[in-house]
Design a protein around this ligand. Structure first.
Ligand SMILES: [Zn+2]
Length: 136
């Protein structure tokens, strides 16, 4: 890497052109960091910015942390908290209504989310959504 200094060229992002372009160093911050640079294309002078974009990008891709499982758990908690009645033991013969709480032998407690058709309901359990038979 060649030494940086006033009058030297450096390729950096031009804030006006929005492109990586050759700039002339107008002023130095310290021995290694330019302070002000002039774009050789549009001749505008701006503060030299060290590249921070890739680090910021990483953060944004890492952010949507709410997984599908978390969403289900949130919906389940919301459904459970709305009801204070007793849980109905699940049986395929029983007819369930939307919002009703189910006690399933395998999946545990769940909330009836949707009526899919006369014999099928969608139930939110703590970690999964299941379609169950009812009203047989
Ligand atoms: Zn420019």
């Amino acid at each position: 890497m060649s030494k940086l200094g006033v009058g030297k060229e450096i390729v950096t992002n031009c804030s006006k052109c929005k492109l990586e372009l050759a700039h002339l160093i107008v002023a130095m911050k310290d021995e290694l960091t330019p302070h002000k640079v002039q774009c050789k294309t549009c001749k505008s002078t701006h503060t030299f910015k060290t590249k921070k974009a890739p680090a910021a990008k990483k953060k944004t891709t890492r952010k949507p942390r709410v997984s599908a499982a978390d969403k289900i758990t949130n919906a389940w908690e919301a459904g459970m908290s709305k009801q204070d009645g007793d849980l109905t033991k699940y049986s395929p013969k029983t007819k369930f209504e939307i919002g009703e709480l189910i006690d399933h032998p395998t999946f545990g407690s769940g909330v009836v989310d949707k009526q899919i058709d006369n014999n099928k309901i969608q139930v939110i359990f703590k970690t999964d959504i299941k379609v169950l038979i009812h009203n047989k």
